[in-house]
Design a protein around this ligand. Structure first.
Ligand SMILES: [Zn+2]
Ligand SMILES: [Zn+2]
Length: 373
């Protein structure tokens, strides 16, 4: 079973749907044989954390500890951990079983057990790793980590060892938002060099996709959003064109700026009308990826022009990332100055978590990162 006595930690606990994150003392059990204990240095805040705080499906129920873009240092390891050492710097990514058909064929985001492993709120036996000081369980294992805490226990499969030459406090978002955007372009849609690229939504995922598209020597990069500050940032990050999504001639502009039709598009909004426009803006053999949506959301499109142009629509989870190879690859690009994802980050102290949520919702912060230890 597990080792030693529980560790004293501080965790950001959600006790009611939509309520604040409350920093509370808590207890964390020791690692099982295939787990490591990670001391969190910083954790990104992702939109899924806010949806789960508000108890939108498929969130674990309250009380719970969220957080799924953790970066930290391995401080203890289970007896069967074979590829991590105490002292390693790690980025934590999403959970997957590793044994189903999807996992074995490289599609971990489509794992048969994705929902229970990432949103189940406990381990496979219904036990949480975190309790309050009186021993009452706090739902955890969010994306296999629950990293809004000073320490987390994580299966070794979800902890990616990274170079110590890059400051650990910027790395957490690579584990979800950044790899989703970058992976969509570089893996799922595998954008061909010289393509035109358009992204809908200039949040962390969309702007990470923009940065990744620039690694493929694009003919044009177009960012669509309705927040002027975000469009301004997109320009600073090298977008060749930015468009206000409310403009009446959006479709025309997309076709013009891309030189007749977009080759690769990514929707990060989940908005039906936006997706429909994106589908119509595609050129011959163009493809559009979808990374967001709401339960019951629908989009419609005219079939004939879509198939006559040979277009593709693709659902994408986590950018089809194989984290242990993709995250180091992105870091190489970062260190070479080709992938400056740190420009998307705004830092907050752990106690400032509720302010970080507010700023994420208002659009003031693209990707808040909580500095924990
Ligand atoms: Zn996320
Ligand atoms: Zn699986």
């Amino acid at each position: 079973m597990t080792s030693a006595s529980p560790r004293d930690i501080v965790a950001a606990v959600v006790r009611q749907a939509g309520g604040p994150f409350l920093l509370e003392p808590a207890l964390l059990r020791g690692p099982k044989p295939d787990e490591v204990v990670v001391q969190l240095v910083a954790t990104g805040l992702c939109h899924a954390d806010i949806l789960a705080r508000d108890q939108h499906y498929p969130a674990p129920s309250v009380p719970l500890v969220l957080g799924h873009e953790g970066a930290g240092i391995v401080v203890e390891k289970g007896s069967a951990v074979d590829h991590l050492q105490v002292g390693d710097h790690v980025v934590l990514s999403f959970a997957y079983c590793g044994a189903c058909g999807a996992c074995e064929s490289g599609g971990r985001g489509y794992c048969d057990h994705f929902t229970e492993l990432n949103f189940g709120g406990s381990d496979e036996h219904g036990h949480t790793a975190i309790t309050d000081p009186a021993g009452n369980p706090l739902h955890d294992h969010f994306f296999g980590q629950s990293s809004f805490a000073t320490y987390a226990v994580v299966n070794q499969r979800y902890a990616v060892s990274v170079s110590k030459s890059v400051p650990l406090n910027i790395l957490g978002p690579l584990g979800c938002g950044v790899q989703t955007g970058a992976g969509s372009v570089l893996r799922s849609l595998d954008m061909a060099p010289g393509s035109s690229f358009a992204v809908f939504g200039a949040g962390a995922v969309g702007l990470s996709a923009l940065l990744a598209s620039q690694l493929r020597d694009p003919r044009a990069t177009i960012v669509v959003d309705i927040v002027p500050e975000r469009l301004e940032l997109a320009r600073e990050l090298g977008a060749t064109h930015v468009i206000d999504g409310r403009s009446a001639n959006l479709l025309e502009a997309l076709r013009d700026l891309s030189g007749g039709g977009v080759d690769v598009a990514l929707d990060t909004t989940g908005n039906s009308q936006v997706i429909e426009q994106g589908m119509q803006a595609l050129g011959k053999r163009g493809s559009i990826g979808l990374v967001a949506g709401v339960p019951g959301g629908r989009a419609s499109f005219e079939i004939l022009p879509f198939f006559l142009r040979g277009c593709t629509i693709r659902g994408i989870i986590e950018g089809d990332s194989i984290a242990e190879s993709f995250i180091p690859e992105l870091l190489e690009h970062y260190e070479a100055g080709r992938f400056p994802f740190d420009k998307l980050l705004s830092f907050y102290p752990f106690e400032g978590i509720n302010q970080a949520v507010e700023d994420a919702l208002s659009g003031k912060a693209i990707k808040p990162v909580l500095t924990i230890g």
